[in-house]
Design a binder for this molecule. Sequence first.
Ligand code: LLP
Length: 433
Amino acid sequence: MGEGVLAVPFGQRVPFAARDAGFFCEEVPAESIALAAGTPTFVYSASAIRERYHRLTSALKDCPVRVHYSMKANGNRAVITLLRELGSGIDVVSGGELAKALRAGFGAHDIVQGGVGKTATELREAVQVGVKLINVESLEELVLLNAIAGEMGAVASVGLRVNPEVTVTNPHAYIATGAKGHKFGIPHVSALAVARDAIAMQHVNLCALDMHVGSQLSTMEPYRDGLNRLKELTLQVRSAGATIKYIDIGGGLPVVYQAGDAEPDLAGYADLVGKVIRELGVELIVEPGRFFVGASGVLVTRVLYRKESGGKQYVIVDAGMNDLLRPSHYDSYHQIDAVKPSGKRVTADVVGPVCETGDFLALDREVDDVQPGDLVVLHGAGAYGYVMSSNYNARPRAAEVMVEGHRFAVVTARESYDDMMRLEHEDPNWRDA
Ligand code: LLP
């Protein structure tokens, strides 16, 4: 039995692997999933998510920590329910995510709310629920939240998201978030003043400091630098009169997308954060997204056509940038395996059906010499895949499938044309201004 290069071992099994009989998602042939659910389809491995949850929580076992899975990475109902059952809390960044989290059974104390542009309605919804923590990102937002909580006769638990202003090396500028001048967080220089304002307010209880240094971080330095700054600030904010109970260090742990990428040094991460957390006597909050789900999902797509143009080979598949935006938006790499490889190789652009030159899944990539009708699998599609998909070109969104051992289930149906047109008014109800 051959195994995919990126297969993550857990026990004797691997979540996604090429075998002699074809490509398997746990113990389910990718072909069976494609026949049952059609293509393109995202497939998530429950065992892989579980294994990665245990891997992180075991590394952090000596640290007082609560994991709040960042559902922006993958908000699939079955995925968030699985993580809730494993003991995870959740990090939400919109009213929609809050509603989905509540529907999936998360309680108020399981929920941390973030987001740089929360609306008054979203803040009101979070106060109504009584979430564990609302991380605010500006003085203006804090003032609004205090007013909203006041109207509701409540006191909101608040964290200040501080821009740690650290330099981060990660694969794309769009996923760096914690450098000076980024739109996220309160600029480090103003954080103490905003904390003093919060302390003086009647309807917020400042109990946390928060940062997020970036995503797909290849080293632990950004965490160390950011944490040192948060530690110093915690001491100052405490002297100003706040009781800081939590330090929230956001997400950012990486996954392996291609040969040369490293799994994160979780022991080093635990040492680093554990030390600061114990010194400060606070509870740690972590918000991993990609780490749990990135390598726990693949995208199964079918080859529609082959063509040659200007000396270049093209593989045209039925998944496009509307299904998986990452390659065109972040130049991201996703390993591509044929479900039944011929063994012959070709260097080609693997592209989708969308009417955009930027609609590609891989450029100049050596892949199996797949032919129309063949299935291929894109690895590393479990995070920021389906959640970033759209209906561009009026393409219905893909289906989502969960596998576990020999079983699989369609956990989100493929959209229908009717689903896409459901909110359109055939007869607009014109009103006079
Ligand atoms: N917490 C906060 C405040 C965040 O902004 C993010 C991600 C996370 C947690 C989770 O980060 P993770 O553990 O997944 O790195 N769409 C991009 C990634 C955007 C990340 C945005 N913030 C991609 O496909 O690479």
